[in-house]
Design a protein around this ligand. Structure first.
Ligand code: NAI
Length: 287
């Protein structure tokens, strides 16, 4: 008996890296998996079937069920075709993990329109396109569902050289939090992941050159949380954001400090009064 017996799961960008680990872990728990991957390079250039086919081969060889899909998540047609692949093979979708991604890093002054547009297209638009197709299927089917979207600490906390990627990743988090509220009445649960792992996306980061750090960054350490969230073990939860990697799992939140509230003068602060309260430490959150 697997935790996900009878469930059908789509994992986008699961031909390599973290997505491949999600697909393997979900299949191991009994899910039938659609392995989607465009099969291109780290920067989104090119395409091919080999990456998705290899992961399908691994799942089938281990006794699991999987089919490949090679569409780009960044278009409505691609997303509809990913859904169609799932419906043709397995008749339904219970879970989608939006994980596909690329990088085009540059300091903001040197960021081009093309670098901005393609990163936003794959991450934010891609997450919208696939989620929209699958959400409407789940809503019509009436059996609930789980949507797990991949954000990043770059979007939630900030990172040098990633304004395009950070904007897209923060957008994904915002979309997913709103969808948690809309999905509630249909039993559709949504979650946000901020993973950290050694993959082709991160292999050139200075931090990841240390051998000890590398060993602790295995992408397979991210996937047990995805299996848990996809399963009925997490049926009471929705809308949360999780940092996950290196063996650590921790909720992340946007928090609002109590701050200061003025009641005199209709609540209208003067800049000098605000400066005074800032200096007194009454507006900023404690470190
Ligand atoms: P990866 O490059 O190994 O995996 C991304 C996969 O997405 C690739 O297999 C690629 O072919 C596929 N892909 C790219 N564009 C696609 C498209 N248009 N349609 C379908 N598939 C497409 O990188 P990694 O690290 O496994 O990244 C997975 C996700 O985790 C990404 O969303 C990434 O932004 C996110 N992430 C990763 C972190 C890390 O530390 N590795 C940190 C924070 C977030």
């Amino acid at each position: 008996m697997g935790l996900l017996d009878g469930k059908v799961v789509i994992v986008t960008g699961s031909g390599g890296g973290i997505g491949r680990q999600h697909a393997l872990a979900l299949a191991k728990e009994g899910a039938a998996v659609v392995v989607n991957d465009l099969g291109g390079a780290r920067d989104g250039k090119g395409e091919g079937h080999a990456m998705a086919d290899a992961v399908v081969g691994e799942i089938v060889a281990a006794g699991g069920e999987a089919v490949a899909n090679y569409d780009s998540v960044a278009t409505v047609e691609g997303a509809q075709n990913i859904l169609k692949t799932a419906l043709d093979a397995f008749d339904k979708v219970d879970v989608v993990v939006n994980n596909a991604g690329i990088l085009r890093d540059k300091s903001f002054a040197n960021m081009t329109e093309e670098m901005w547009d393609i990163v936003v297209a794959v991450h934010l638009r891609g997450t919208f396109c696939v989620t929209h197709a699958v959400y409407n299927h789940m809503k019509q089917r009436g059996g609930g569902g789980v949507i797990i979207n991949t954000s990043s600490t770059s979007g939630l906390n900030g990172n040098f050289g990633q304004t395009n990627y950070g904007a897209a990743k923060a957008g994904i988090a915002g979309m997913t939090r709103c969808l948690a509220i809309e999905g509630r009445k249909y039993g559709i649960r949504t979650f946000i992941l901020a993973p950290v792992a050694l993959t082709r996306l991160t292999e050139d980061l200075a931090l990841f050159q240390d051998e000890k750090v590398k060993a602790a960054m295995d992408p397979k350490l991210v996937s047990p949380l995805v299996v848990y969230l996809a399963s009925d073990l997490a049926k009471e939860f929705s809308g949360q954001t999780f940092f996950v990697g290196q063996g650590r799992i921790a909720e992340m939140r946007v928090v609002t400090h109590t701050g200061v509230t003025k009641t005199e003068n209709g609540g209208l602060w003067t800049p000098a009064e605000i400066a005074e309260k800032m200096t007194a430490g009454e507006i900023l959150l404690p470190d």
